[in-house]
Ligand binder design. Structure first.
Ligand SMILES: Cc1cc2nc3c(=O)[nH]c(=O)nc-3n(C[C@H](O)[C@H](O)[C@H](O)COP(=O)(O)OP(=O)(O)OC[C@H]3O[C@@H](n4cnc5c(N)ncnc54)[C@H](O)[C@@H]3O)c2cc1C
Length: 493
């Protein structure tokens, strides 16, 4: 008899875990509340424009390849990945520009225009982040369940590498110019971390990008989602969409299966890829949760959210690169407003994704498909997004047209859709509408992050952004590796 596994949710973490377990010979069923799989990597297609709604940057393609390999297939047979150069263009508030690339000499040349000492420190900084990368990726800490012995063994190395100090303070030791301090410390934002308090271990990301590249999947990120779904189904896995899990059934502290509207799915193990708080609070009765009581859940700190504009524009803007950052003068002040003050500031820092710069099939000829992502507070802010989304949209477009110089932007818009923190809550069950889940701060990292195996309920596991090692596509692929090791350890005699 094959072991029956139910996975709640079909984000990258859920799909990767599904493939790995199906390949181990188990019978896996993925239940997804939405009409299509993909979670944050959902796709929107309108009037000839294709938008990836969430993740847009592929890093660590070898981690993606590992998922295909465990199914015995080659990633290259399913996907066409294109390496980007530069990785990002960064526009600073004073009009200066830096094209962020993996070419060290080009980076140093550009940095020398701002500060020659900083440029001279680039190699030392990268060598230091390489050591962080080695700990997490090469030595496998990111794909190993982070229990207490692992934590104690890692501690001396972490202290030696200064991996626990705030990321921004780590960067300050190498660079003086505020533009460089931003450029090398912002990466924790990619995974929902506040650069001023996320531990420096997350600065392995600049090295991960440098060594593995920044890639785009031709046709869009959703092609990767579909490829993973296809591989899973080819292995004999089952995907059911438009099926929302309403309860995880527990008897004598052990999982028995899940209930949806009107149907019970029996399971030897359940893996939740849904948000951690949603899973514990909405799907599991309080009497089964000793550690993850409502009180403990209330004290769990959730990350920021995002406001997104999807714009189909019948005009080209060559000053924009595939990935473009446009920054406000304020860095710490803006981050404080988003993470702690939970207010919507008048100034903006934003990330623009323009895949039509690389792949013309993403938009009609002569047009751009673009999204604008503004990091904003999560729903603890009390902001009524339905009420303000139109005026907020208008202020962003006015800024881009008048202050940044995207001439005629407003009148060139053919498609305009928004996605707000309230949509993250409604459409994806994200607690507080957080786009990145449990915040990666020191007290919620590694051993202190919600574990991949539930402490309260046997045969219940987690994959995805809120468990170890954390958010981001590489992060959640690693959560799948970690969690699958535990499931196999527990279920295979
Ligand atoms: C706007 C945005 C941009 C990003 N950009 C990047 C990037 O460029 N590169 C990068 O590496 N990372 C990026 N990230 C982060 C990355 O996308 C996420 O960390 C990752 O995709 C999360 O995957 P996950 O496995 O946690 O699942 P999720 O994507 O969170 O999916 C969980 C799934 O569970 C489903 N679900 C929830 N509750 C239930 C239920 N009760 N029953 C059934 N189904 C349920 C949801 O509908 C959802 O489909 C971005 C994130 C966002 C939001």
């Amino acid at each position: 008899m094959k072991r029956k596994i139910v996975i709640i949710g079909s984000g990258f973490g859920g799909l990767a875990a599904a493939i790995r377990l199906q390949a181990e010979g188990m019978q896996v069923t993925v239940l997804e509340k939405n009409a299509k799989v993909g979670g944050h990597a959902y796709q929107l297609v309108r009037d000839g424009y294709t938008f990836d709604m969430g993740p847009s940057i592929i890093t660590a393609p070898d981690l993606v390849q590992r998922v295909f390999a465990c199914a015995g297939v080659r990633m290259g047979d399913y996907l066409d990945l294109v390496k980007l150069d530069p990785f990002y263009r960064i526009y600073f508030h004073d009009g200066s520009v830096l094209d962020y690339t993996d070419d060290g000499e080009q980076m140093k040349q550009q940095m020398a225009q701002f500060n020659t000492d900083d440029a001279a420190n680039y190699d030392r900084f990268m060598a230091h982040t390489c050591q962080l990368y080695d700990a997490v990726i090469t030595d496998g800490l990111g794909s190993t369940p982070f229990d207490l012995p692992t934590m104690l063994a890692f501690l001396p190395r972490a202290l030696r590498l200064r991996a626990l100090m705030p990321a921004y303070n780590f960067v300050k030791k190498y660079f003086d110019d505020p533009r460089h301090r931003f450029t090398f410390s912002f990466h924790p934002l990619f995974i929902g971390g506040n650069p001023f308090r996320a531990p420096a271990v997350y600065l392995m990301i600049p090295y991960l990008e440098k060594t593995g590249g920044v890639w785009f999947c031709k046709g869009g990120m959703y092609n990767l989602v579909q490829a993973l779904e296809n591989v899973f189904v080819e292995l004999g896995g089952v995907v059911e969409t438009d099926v929302e899990v309403e309860q995880i059934i527990v008897e004598n502290r052990e999982v028995k299966g899940v209930m949806t509207k009107g149907r019970f799915y029996e399971a030897d193990a359940v893996i939740s890829n849904a948000d951690l708080l949603h899973t514990y609070r909405e799907l599991i009765k309080p009497e089964h949760r000793k550690k993850w009581s409502d009180k403990k859940l209330r004290s769990t700190q959730y990350s920021m959210s995002a406001f997104l504009l999807y714009l189909g524009v019948n005009k080209k803007y060559p000053q924009l690169k595939h990935h473009t950052l446009i920054l406000s003068e304020r860095y710490k002040g803006l981050i404080d407003d988003i993470f702690d003050n939970k207010i919507l500031s008048d100034d903006f820092s934003m990330y623009l994704h323009i895949p039509s710069q690389t792949d013309p099939t993403m938009a009609p000829e002569g047009c751009e498909s673009m999204y604008v992502l503004i990091p904003v507070p999560n729903l603890e802010s009390g902001i009524n997004w339905e009420k303000i989304k139109r005026t907020y949209t208008d202020s962003i477009l006015t800024f881009l047209e008048n202050d940044f110089g995207l001439t005629d932007l407003k009148r060139s818009i053919a498609v305009l859709e928004t996605f707000t923190p309230s949509d993250f809550k409604k459409q994806r069950n994200n607690h507080l509408g957080s786009a990145w889940g449990v915040e990666p701060r020191l007290t919620q990292t590694a051993y202190f992050r919600p574990h991949n195996r539930s402490e309260d309920i046997q045969k219940l596991y987690f994959v995805g952004a809120s468990t170890h090692p954390g958010a981001g596509v590489p992060g959640v692929l690693l959560t799948a590796e970690t969690t699958v090791k535990l499931v196999v350890e527990d279920l295979v005699e």
